[in-house]
Design a protein around this ligand. Structure first.
Ligand code: C5P
Length: 398
């Protein structure tokens, strides 16, 4: 079920609807009466291929207000206005959407969008806290330009981000508990780029998707998150996350050392270049008749090792390892050896190679823990893998 409440961000519900139907889901749209001031029922009917009603008195013989909630595998409300949150909190059932929220027994994802003042008002804060305490997932709004000239938290997160969390809840209903509230988390993501000259660099194929999913899921589970991002595919900064952009391994190192100082958890998902050109040429290296230039490389610092070395008491450090098996052992064998060598608390081990992990939406592997724990991470979305990592971290923190 896709509920749509009456805010200007209702127009973005159309894109969300398309994403959900294009990924194979059957979606029934339930707008509120006021949502129809922004987007017509015909648009929702055409995009979903399903009838659209707003009140409990349409389709009476079908008892829609009970049936729709009972049948749903997931209810997403985007945008969820301050009024919708208030009505949901108090168990009102004065239209089809709120009645459906009362009868639904599946995961519910509410995606707020409203003016900053409304989002920060104690009434809304209390409503959100109560809804979360009941196990309803209330997404963090994005910050930025709102209708008119004002900016601040209250923007609807991008539809692609909402769709990612919706998919996660369909994969795993309990993936987003609010168990990292009050925790400070730093995640690194993406691939570093080591410049050769003003136009060329040594880089790698990391898309940043796993790191962004870690940050998004941690923020959703209540953490205050900083995401130190090297180069990535065209990814959307997760809603409610503080972004720090870097280029080279050295810049990533500096940012991580600053951010990690006061963090409860550090997760190094970035693909850090192991080597960099020993000299940075200040002009474009020219082609010459004498053949290509030779490159001298030097070692980059091992940032994870340094973070482990400097970590304050109680801080948990999560490392990542992309491994392939070889004649000396399989992926898991190399993962165990790396965990022992790196001395981090958790190591996520991915099998890499053609068509595995890199640039892919899905991921799989093992989560190894310094206390000897070994959990297989079955293939699923990168958000699902992130949720398993945060489960392990949250239980170790407590
Ligand atoms: O040894 P390996 O490169 O496989 O280790 C991977 C882990 O170490 C990842 O968590 C990666 O972010 C981190 N790393 C690092 N600094 C480097 C190389 C890797 O922090 N120079």
């Amino acid at each position: 079920m896709l509920g749509v409440a009456g805010g200007i961000a209702a127009y973005k519900a159309c894109e969300l609807l398309r994403r959900l139907t294009e990924s194979g889901h059957r979606v029934r749209v339930i707008p509120t009466e006021s949502a129809l001031h922004f987007v017509g029922a015909a648009t929702f009917e055409a995009l979903s291929g399903q009838p659209v009603h707003t009140g409990v008195f349409s389709d009476v013989p079908e008892v829609a207000h009970v049936r729709l909630g009972q049948q749903a595998e997931l209810v997403v409300v985007a945008p969820a206005t301050a009024d919708l949150l208030a009505r949901a909190t108090h168990g009102r059932a004065d239209d089809l959407l709120t009645a459906t929220l009362l009868t639904a027994r599946c995961p519910v994802l509410l995606v707020p969008a409203m003016h900053t003042e409304m989002w920060l008002h104690p009434a809304t804060r209390d409503n959100v806290a109560l809804l979360r305490s009941r196990g309803i997932v209330v997404m963090e709004p994005a910050s930025g330009r709102l209708t008119g000239v004002d900016t601040g938290p209250g923007r609807l997160p991008e539809p692609v981000e909402i769709a990612e969390l919706a998919r996660l809840l369909l994969e795993r209903a309990d993936a987003l508990p609010h168990d990292l509230a009050g925790r400070r988390v730093v995640v690194s993501a993406g691939g570093t780029r080591e410049p050769l000259d003003p136009v060329r660099f040594l880089g790698n194929r990391s898309s940043g998707r796993q790191g962004y999913a870690l940050a998004r899921v941690a923020a959703q589970r209540g953490a205050e998150v900083a995401l130190v991002s090297a180069h990535t595919a065209d990814l959307i900064p997760p809603a409610g996350v503080r972004m720090v952009h870097v280029g080279t391994a050295e810049q990533l190192r500096e940012a991580m050392l600053v951010e990690a100082k006061h963090a409860d958890v550090v997760a190094m998902a970035a693909a850090v270049a192991d080597f960099r050109p020993a000299t940075l040429v200040d002009h474009k290296i020219k082609k010459t008749a004498s053949g290509p230039p030779s490159l001298t490389l030097e070692l980059n610092p091992d940032i994870l090792a340094e973070l482990v070395e400097l970590r304050p008491a109680g801080q948990l450090v999560v490392g990542f390892a992309a491994e392939t098996g070889d004649e000396t052992g399989d992926v898991l064998f190399h993962g165990r050896a790396k965990l022992a060598r790196k001395r981090c608390d958790f190591l996520v081990v991915n099998a890499v190679g053609e068509g595995l992990a890199f640039e892919q939406p899905d991921n799989a592997g093992w989560l190894l823990s310094s206390d000897g724990g070994e959990t297989e991470l079955p293939s699923g979305s990168k958000a699902l893998l992130a949720s398993r990592v945060w489960d392990a971290v949250a239980s170790r923190l407590t």
